[in-house]
Write a protein that binds this ligand. Structure first.
Ligand code: PA5
Length: 444
């Protein structure tokens, strides 16, 4: 078990009977998933993916990653939402937020097409000056505005620098298998392409080429990542929440939600987990926030955020619960030095491992937040390996699906995302949106 759920800090908030009461809903959700009879059942490709992934493509991903590692100083990953968050979450979880500063000869990895910002675009273009650049554009639809604009820009940069033939060797495209303009355009241009499977939605796609190509460029063991995910798939197949921590997590979330705990805060104690938090927020926010329902997913990194949002969590509105990821063992060691003058009065810590101090900070916080009326779920992650991370990714994906079904929503669609797009296109004067444009402008 690379990940275990510790419910010690929930005991004041959830009675044993409440677990019994929610079991039938969990069993029903489990049945919906395994019989593929629930809402959004066209998007369950992620369920068996850790075992049934395309092995030929997996081998091509490794070859492409090697080619990118040998031929560029900078890899620009172009994508938004589910098309980039998973890769970035894994790369930073495994290699740290400062990866680009400590990666030696390996390519730096930057992210484009995830916003609409001249400042970001100009910054990235400056970074590319004088460097050898490759790009991996990732878009299932191939038509999402933000990555499409970025792809125009970086494709032109490569073609100016290397010519069309040279650019072809540096452009890697991850998109729909057959449909879509990006696929046909790439085939015509001769770019190497990778597949976002039809039955895997963006936020569930980190273990497809969407995540795996950039992750492999960062020299992370993608075999171990998949092995971890597959072991989680096998471990969490029993619908009984007494035996299945993944389903127990889904159950706890719904029990707390029904008691008015409408905000879940994912807590990490390592800055390298910050982008993992962002991936998790997208997974849960886009999956559950619909039909005027859902738990709002928020996140913090402690201890830094104990000096900002910590005040609110301890003393503010009591509508929240925390899910703490505790990485149980670390290869990183640092011993606190002695100060002969003990200016700060902290010599009682001299010679202590920094991680041991962190552990006490975590325990102290758990108790304080329990006193403050905040239920805490603790997820104990064995270590920071690719295997354990793959295990945790699958844990959260599966729990999200089950939790969404218990909540009574389709966890695999995202109809709400279209609203801003329609308005933006209308306001920008896209052909076909003339009526909406006039109506919107009248409201401005
Ligand atoms: O999770 C999702 O489905 C979304 O976040 C998409 O990944 C995001 O909107 C990007 O879409 P596309 O890959 O089609 O460009």
């Amino acid at each position: 078990m690379a990940l275990k759920l510790n419910d010690h800090y929930l005991q004041k908030f959830i009675r044993p009977q409440e677990y019994t009461n929610i079991q039938p809903a969990i069993t029903a959700a489990h049945k919906q998933l395994v019989t593929r009879s629930g809402a959004g059942n066209d998007y369950l490709g992620w369920v068996d993916l850790p075992e049934n992934y395309d092995k030929e493509e997996f081998a091509r991903i490794k070859i492409a990653a090697d080619k990118i590692r040998k031929s560029c100083d900078v890899l620009i990953v172009i994508g938004i939402g589910g098309s980039y968050l998973g890769a970035r979450a894994v790369i930073e979880f495994m290699n740290g937020q400062l990866y680009n500063q400590v990666n030696g000869d390996a390519p730096d990895i930057y992210y484009a097409g995830r916003d609409i910002s001249a400042a970001s675009m100009n910054e990235l273009l400056r970074i590319c000056e004088g460097k050898d650049v490759c790009i991996n554009v990732i878009s299932k639809s191939g038509t999402t505005t933000e990555p499409a604009v970025a792809f125009r820009v970086f494709r032109a940069l490569l073609e100016d620098k290397y010519g069309k033939d040279g650019a072809r060797e540096r452009i890697f495209v991850t998109t729909d298998r057959a449909r879509g303009t990006l696929k046909s355009f790439s085939d015509e241009a001769g770019y190497e392409t990778f597949v976002v499977p039809d039955d895997v939605g963006g936020r569930y796609s980190v273990l497809t080429a969407v995540g795996l190509l950039p992750i492999a460029v960062a020299d992370i063991d993608i075999d171990a990542l998949m092995r971890g995910a597959n072991d989680a798939r096998l471990a969490f197949s029993d619908d009984n929440i007494e035996n299945n921590d993944c389903y127990r997590y889904a159950a706890i979330r719904n029990i707390l939600y029904r008691k008015g705990k409408v905000t879940e805060i994912l807590v990490g104690y390592e800055t390298y987990a910050q982008m993992f938090n962002e991936w998790w927020k997208q997974l849960y926010g886009e999956s559950e926030g619909k039909d005027s329902k859902g738990i709002f997913p928020a996140s913090v990194i402690f201890s830094t955020d104990l000096h900002s949002l910590g005040q609110f969590i301890q003393d503010g509105t009591k509508n929240q619960f925390e899910t703490v990821i505790s990485v149980e063992s670390s290869e990183d060691h640092f011993t606190i030095p002695n100060d002969p003058n003990n200016i700060d009065g902290l010599n009682f810590l001299s010679g202590m491992e920094l991680d041991a101090v962190k552990n006490k900070a975590m325990l102290g916080t758990l108790l304080a937040h329990e006193d403050g009326g905040v239920p805490n779920i603790v997820l104990e992650l064995k270590d920071r390996s690719a295997y354990s991370l793959g295990y945790m990714i699958y844990f959260f994906e599966l729990a999200c699906a089950i939790s969404g079904y218990v909540l009574g929503v389709n966890p695999f669609d995202q109809p709400g995302v279209e609203a801003y797009k329609k308005n933006m296109f209308a306001l920008l004067g896209k052909p076909g949106y003339e009526d909406q444009k006039a109506a919107l402008e009248a409201r401005l």
